[in-house]
Unconditional design. Structure first.
Length: 348
């Protein structure tokens, strides 16, 4: 037998396919993508927006670190998943919230929703979405207090630094969702689509500028960080349901997609690996279900926005969706059930 016989055949358990993408590398890509809506939010709403996101991120990291310390577990902060959770939560807040709101939200997201259920990969729901729902219930007034962006035509340093002083005077603004809901039975909402696209409207820090979110989506899809089918299915179902559930629905398709947190959630929250299905059919069911729930809550619910609640509900259904859409192994045949009489005869 000729050749090099020193090489050994290694027999190991699965998985056998490797990938250069580690958890830390994936999270770093997501952080880079999140920097686009973060930059847009600071430009639109002033420097206090950056503080809100920083507080939520710091609190999320601290909550994970504290849990590991209390339970004497290995440090997991270095995988950057807590940073991603904190940034997503902070970008889902208005630029007017008191400093303690993002702090409480960040700790709840990682310490209670994520780590208490086993840590990364074991949480039952998206930590940022769950924490945001808690904050909506606890501080509804602050979480629904939206303001106009900074007016750079009459720019003053006081406007850009609003929020840092106790006597800051915010100019409150109604969101496009409120206009859509109020005119749902009477006709077209008359929303300025250009303002919706550019983000020159009231809203949360990271959801308003759609240009930034589209850039984030392109970045994440190019580097294969997210599955394009989830945002595509979500956006398509929101569009179709808007056509069905609103009077003169053609006038509501673009406003429904461009207003609120639809695009931000479709790119950053529904695509969470842990809380989304792994099967091909399950991915589409999950995305479409989230879109239907979003429009139903917006149209018939007591709140103008329904994205966070739709995400939470679909996260709870993810295990059932995976189980129902689990592919059958090749060549597998379901064993036939034996009749009770035949079974009893054999025993006799």
């Amino acid at each position: 037998m000729q050749g090099n016989t020193s090489k050994k055949l290694l027999v190991t358990s699965s998985p056998h396919v490797g990938s250069p993408l580690t958890t830390k590398r994936i999270m770093l890509h997501v952080i880079i993508a999140l920097s686009f809506p973060l930059t847009a939010g600071v430009v639109l709403y002033g420097l206090y927006s950056l503080l809100v996101v920083a507080l939520a991120t710091g609190a999320a990291v601290f909550g994970e670190w504290l849990y590991n310390k209390i339970r004497r577990k290995p440090d997991t902060v270095s995988d950057l998943s807590a940073v991603v959770t904190g940034m997503i939560l902070g970008l889902n807040m208005p630029p007017t919230v008191a400093f303690y709101v993002p702090v409480v939200g960040g700790i709840i997201a990682t310490m209670f929703v994520k780590m208490l259920f086993g840590g990364l990969g074991k949480n039952f729901a998206n930590p940022a979405a769950t924490a945001r729902v808690f904050l909506l219930l606890a501080w509804g007034t602050q979480m629904m207090n939206f303001v106009n962006p900074v007016d750079y035509g009459a720019f003053t340093a006081e406007n850009f630094f609003m929020g840092f002083t106790a006597d800051s005077a915010y100019v409150t603004s109604a969101t496009p969702l409120a206009a859509i809901k109020s005119s749902a039975l009477t006709g077209a909402p008359g929303t300025d689509l250009i303002s919706l696209f550019l983000g020159t409207i009231g809203g949360t820090i990271g959801e308003t500028c759609k240009i930034a979110i589209i850039l984030s989506a392109v970045y994440l899809i190019i580097f294969r960080i997210i599955d394009w089918k989830i945002p595509a299915g979500y956006f398509l179902s929101v569009a179709l349901c808007s056509l069905v559930f609103y009077k003169e629905g053609w006038n509501y398709i673009l406003p429904s997609l461009l207003s609120g947190g639809v695009m931000f959630a479709g790119v950053f929250m529904l695509t969470d690996y842990t809380t989304s299905p792994v099967t091909r059919a399950g991915v589409w069911i999950f995305a479409v279900g989230a879109g239907i729930l979003t429009v139903l809550i917006r149209r018939y619910g007591g709140m103008n926005e329904g994205v966070s609640f739709a995400i939470l509900l679909m996260n709870l259904l993810t295990p059932l969706i995976d189980k129902a859409t689990k592919p059958r192994p090749f060549g597998y045949t379901k064993p036939k059930k034996q009749k009770e009489g035949a079974h009893d005869g054999e025993n006799k």
